[in-house]
Design a protein around this ligand. Structure first.
Ligand code: GLA
Ligand code: ZN
Length: 678
């Protein structure tokens, strides 16, 4: 539906911050940097509707037209993250209330209640007016809904709305009371209106339902905007929302289902790019819809909000952009074009400074523009080659474990990233997928800490493994249902007990590390260990054992390997240290004969593969380090950025990328050349 004709480069642009006489100069600078797109409008409500019911879009028409003349397309943002002062004054009920009951003050952003019926009406009117006005504008390629959904509201309406949501979900109070075990501490509800929005700790069932409710509130709000847009705009214009990586206030899979395209806002903040961490975020985003994504905002050297808002090294941002592209990104937009003279983000990085002059970083973006001019055409329309490995990410399990860590240092996202890293460091590509995703495409599936399980999830894993797949299932899996109630079975639940051949008899928070020994490694476990009872001896190997510790787990299995059907399943009964994890992953990769497409890449050089519809592959070698790395190119490669032909040992300077495609055979090459010369 939404054909990709190029890889885009651009920035967030706020023409409303500047006199119109300045726009031409901005646009000329953008063009010189190789821009093909800007995102505009997402905070411009007070300009679009300066007083109730009076809409003013002509200024934006002019900006879009001037940009278009320079070959720069527009992504239009709906301005709903910033309801204007007159609206807040006139309709105080739209204002978001924090958990202490205090309404937000006007003068920041995101000060609206996402469920407010009045705000829904005002949103509808605004978004429809925009959609109707801009619908025939051929220079708008897509729409962004709002900006970084990220709040919760504790107003009276939200409380009633949550109660209505629960009524719809559970049907009867008896059912809710049962699922939440409200006999505990006399929590039994006799009327829906007694149920509170959670402030801090609460009944786990209520906490889980609240996260599901917040998800639903944002999904509904996004849906409302999508409907308004789709009444007017052509199919060719896509609709997105800019997500924030691992941000976990709501379930991103459910929100993404409402969108045509997923986009990400990625900021390093303090310090420098951690290549495994950024790679994981790209894979997370690509996994939202199993499609390419946009980098809708990223850091132009520095931010203004980090503890230390240092600038990235020269070349580092360009490298980061290429890494994102390697992982399926189709557009890179910096936030923002020019520093506004006032407003909350004065010291943030930008391409043009307060004086309107290009900052030193502008030069780097220009280089990226040149890169894309050279290599963008062959990469346009390509997707990431399906990786051999998938890691399952589940918001409900995450919430459950965040509410009840049992060990203060056990952090779901950190631990998921620790499972990601050994694959990343070996240049074995991964997908990060939802627990509902199809497992069939993968040779290895990692299921870290999937606390929440249901029969469908368990059966999908069983079918996958028995059909020949390899699964790594970790501790803390299979404890809970979707209401965050303990299952009345021992973990990892009946179906996975059978699949893994183990049953968790007890769990232990670890006040110190415990030594773990195996033929493959001697390492340790931290945070959490389980006493595993192996329920079968058939086709079962005790891969690692705990050493002497607390008397309970001493000498007990820490990692098991079971071979049900045609497959293989590892159960990891503890949180392993990095080295042990790496050894285990190496072992599994060797056993499964999963290797990177280029052997012996030096550390810090990442290999990504994008593939076009004809099956032609492009290898992206990204040197994520500041130092030159010597890389062995496969034979017969054309490099698209330099335009050179290479093979064998090549020096890849720090923070640079090589985009390789196999050269056409000599005969075809000259024939094509001849045709072109005709
Ligand atoms: C977020 C917002 C932007 C801007 C940047 C600054 O990502 O979407 O409007 O505030 O942060 O880093
Ligand atoms: Zn509210």
């Amino acid at each position: 539906m939404h054909g990709i004709d190029k890889l885009h480069l651009g920035a967030a642009y706020y023409p409303e911050h500047w006199p119109q006489e300045r726009w031409a100069e901005d646009i000329a600078l953008m063009k010189a940097a190789g821009f093909t797109v800007v995102r505009m409008g997402e905070f411009a409500w007070s300009r679009f509707e300066p007083e109730e019911g009076r809409f003013a879009f002509e200024w934006m028409d002019r900006a879009i037209a001037m940009l278009a003349q320079a070959g720069i397309a527009t992504v239009m943002g709906t301005p709903t993250a910033a309801p204007p002062a007159w609206m807040v004054q006139c309709y105080p009920e739209i204002v978001r209330v924090d958990a202490t009951g205090r309404p937000q003050q006007f003068g920041n952003r995101c000060h609206y209640c996402v469920s407010s019926p009045k705000y829904h009406d005002l949103t509808r009117r605004m978004v429809e007016a925009m959609a109707e006005h801009f619908k025939d504008n051929p220079h708008i390629i897509g729409w962004q809904l709002d900006n970084e959904f990220n709040q919760e509201c504790h107003c009276g309406h939200c409380r009633a709305d949550f109660q209505a949501y629960l009524k719809e979900k559970f049907g009867t109070l008896e059912e809710l009371n049962l699922r939440w075990t409200t006999d505990y501490w006399s929590q039994t509800y006799s009327d829906w209106t007694q149920i509170e929005l959670p402030r801090g700790g609460h009944n786990p069932g209520l906490m889980m339902a609240y996260r599901q409710y917040v998800t639903e509130a944002y999904r509904r709000y996004a849906h409302l905007q999508v409907e308004c847009l789709r009444r007017f705009i052509p199919q060719a214009q896509w609709i997105t929302h800019n997500l924030m990586g691992w941000f976990g206030l709501y379930d991103h899979y459910r929100l993404s289902a409402e969108l045509d395209l997923v986009s990400e806002d990625y900021y390093v903040g303090s310090g420098h790019v951690d290549a495994a961490a950024s790679a994981a975020v790209w894979d997370l985003m690509r996994g939202m819809k199993h499609k390419n994504f946009w980098l809708m905002e990223t850091q132009p050297a520095c931010v203004n909000w980090a503890p230390v808002s240092n600038k990235l090294n020269k070349g580092e941002a360009r490298m980061l952009a290429w890494q994102a592209i390697g992982h399926g990104c189709d557009a890179v937009l910096y936030w923002q074009w020019r520093s506004a003279l006032n407003g909350q983000e004065q010291y943030h990085g930008s391409l043009v400074d307060q004086a309107g002059l290009p900052r030193p970083f502008y030069e780097e973006v220009t280089e990226l523009g040149d890169d894309l001019a050279a290599a963008g055409a062959v990469l346009a329309g390509t997707r990431v080659e399906t990786p051999p490995v998938a890691i399952v990410n589940d918001y409900e399990s995450r919430w459950s474990l965040e509410h009840q860590r049992h060990h203060k240092d056990f952090d779901y996202v950190t631990e998921l990233n620790r499972w990601y890293k050994p694959f990343h460091d070996r240049n074995i590509r991964t997908d990060i997928i939802s627990p509902e995703a199809d497992l069939a495409p993968y040779r290895v599936v990692v299921v870290p800490y999937m606390a929440v399980i249901d029969d469908a999830r368990a059966l999908r894993l069983k079918e996958y493994v028995e059909g020949g797949g390899t699964a790594i299932i970790t501790c803390r899996t299979g404890f809970k249902d979707h209401c965050d109630a303990m299952l009345p079975t021992r973990p990892p639940g009946t179906i996975l007990q059978e699949l893994t051949g183990v049953e968790v008899e007890e769990y232990y928070a670890l006040d110190r590390t415990v030594a773990v020994s195996a033929a493959l490694f001697r390492g340790s476990a931290q945070y959490w260990a389980e006493k595993l009872k192996t329920t079968t001896s058939a086709r079962m190997v005790e891969t690692a054992r705990f050493e002497s510790f607390n008397g309970w787990i001493d000498g007990q299995p820490a990692v098991t390997t079971h071979l049900p059907g045609r497959g293989l399943v590892y159960y990891i009964g503890c949180v392993l240290d990095d080295v042990s994890m790496r050894k285990l992953v190496d072992h599994i990769l060797t056993f499964k004969m999963i290797r990177p497409a280029i052997k012996d890449l030096p550390p810090g050089v990442e290999l990504c593969i994008r593939i076009n519809d004809a099956g032609q592959k492009f290898l992206l070698l990204v040197n994520t380090t500041p130092d030159t790395r010597r890389v062995k190119f496969p034979p017969n490669q054309h490099e698209y950025i330099t335009g050179g032909d290479y093979e064998g040992d090549v020096n890849l300077p720090g923070y640079t990328v090589a985009v390789l495609g196999e050269r056409a055979p000599a005969v075809a090459h000259s024939a094509a050349g001849a045709a072109a010369a005709d």
